[in-house]
Design a binder for this molecule. Structure first.
Ligand SMILES: [Zn+2]
Ligand SMILES: [Zn+2]
Length: 392
């Protein structure tokens, strides 16, 4: 039986897992119930299971017929702080928390892939490390799992992961060789001046005016410093200051994000970012304190693995549209696992506009067409076998 036939046979189970997780979403590092379901299922499949990896992460080792090569398959489990508005029968029962990015689908796909591959362990040409990761959404889940040794004992030869993608229909697969998702930094900048009476600006140092100039100047980085043939984003997304009409405040604070695909572009943006903020704040008689956090590296697919997975997708799904030019400014912390190990991150089209299932990720009405799930399961299972075979 082909992997697709098997994936279609257990489709109801995949969907049941997805809906159950969707009903019971858990925020980053709070995926206790989810992790328990995952650990129970991997244990039932006869895997060697470790829990508490990177706080709430779960790792299951599937030993095949050969010890090496080792492939790491990663699925994320966390939900978002959003009040669900889908009205679905399987809508979130946890107020203010929602699986609005599709990580419920990823966990369900991961469990089904585990089931299919565990049934074939005697003929599996290597070892598969199933990694269920907490806190992908800006909380550093991948970094915590790496710190807890998920990339050692054994060190994987390859890493693969997936994301449902609601900007494309079911049957579309994004498998771009090279950069496909942006690296993301986040920042908080505190500009402090000297407060005072709104009627006596001459004896103050106005942080609001300084920040106004800074926010405007930051928009010159992409338009005037980055090569027009490269892509980057500088977004200021929050700005806060002041308490009254007649008070020049002591401080103004803004936050935002920087995105780019190439490490050298990321370094250029960061350099210009610091220079503009420090010099403009200084010129306006204020001081700037910059808190800068690297959240993700760019997702850069190994060209050989991306090509192999593209062939697998086309072979498994007769209606597959494999897109090798897809790129998004969205970030993904799986990139941290791809830093030193050849990897491939597959985007799986999950939208169905006719059924209204095409709201964007992180929208309160986000929902996917579950028809994509068995295909994702079959492609990952088949891809895992072929990647292991190719590495022997
Ligand atoms: Zn997300
Ligand atoms: Zn996501």
């Amino acid at each position: 039986m082909t992997f697709l036939a098997q994936a279609l046979k257990i489709k109801d189970q995949t969907i049941a897992w997805r809906r159950d997780l969707h009903r019971h979403p858990e925020l980053g590092f709070k995926e206790v119930r989810t992790a328990q379901i995952v650990a129970d299922e991997l244990t039932r499949l006869g895997m060697d299971v470790t829990t508490g990896v990177g706080k709430t992460g779960v790792v299951g080792m599937l030993l095949g017929a050969a010890e090496t090569p080792v492939l790491l398959l990663r699925f994320d489990m966390d939900a978002l702080r959003i009040q669900e508005e889908t009205g679905a029968v399987y809508a979130s029962q946890n107020p203010g928390v929602m699986h609005a990015c599709g990580h419920d689908a990823h966990t369900a796909v991961g469990l089904s892939v585990a089931r299919l591959l565990a049934a074939r362990r005697e003929s599996l040409p290597g070892t598969i490390k199933f990694v269920f990761q907490p806190a992908e959404e800006l909380d550093g889940g991948a970094a915590h799992m790496i710190a807890d040794g998920v990339l050692t004992k054994p060190t994987p030869d390859y890493v693969m992961g997936m994301h449902v993608w609601n900007e494309r229909p079911v049957g579309w697969y994004g498998l771009t060789p090279g950069p496909s998702m942006a690296g993301a930094d986040i920042f908080t900048v505190r500009v402090s001046g000297k407060g005072g009476h709104g009627a006596q600006p001459h004896i103050t140092r106005d942080p609001i005016l300084a920040v106004a100039h800074i926010v405007t100047a930051l928009q010159s980085i992409v338009s005037r410093n980055v090569n027009p043939l490269d892509s980057a984003v500088v977004s200021v997304t929050q700005l806060e200051s002041g308490t009254a009409n007649n008070i020049i405040p002591q401080e103004a604070v803004f936050t935002g994000t920087l995105r780019s695909f190439k490490p050298e572009v990321g370094a250029l943006i960061k350099d210009r970012f610091y220079t503009l903020i420090e010099t403009i704040a200084g010129a306006m008689g204020c001081q700037a304190e910059i808190d800068f956090i690297k959240v993700t590296e760019p997702v850069i697919n190994d060209p050989r693995l991306a090509a192999l997975m593209g062939q697998v997708a086309a072979a498994v799904d007769p209606g597959a549209k494999v897109d090798t030019a897809f790129q998004t400014m969205g970030g993904e912390d799986f990139s941290l696992m791809m830093q030193t190990i050849p990897g491939c991150f597959m985007m799986v089209g999950s939208a169905n506009p006719e059924r209204g299932l095409d709201y964007g990720h992180h929208h309160p009405k986000f929902d996917i067409d579950e028809a994509c799930l068995p295909y994702a399961v079959a492609i990952l299972a088949q891809g895992a076998v072929e990647v292991l075979e190719s590495g022997r």
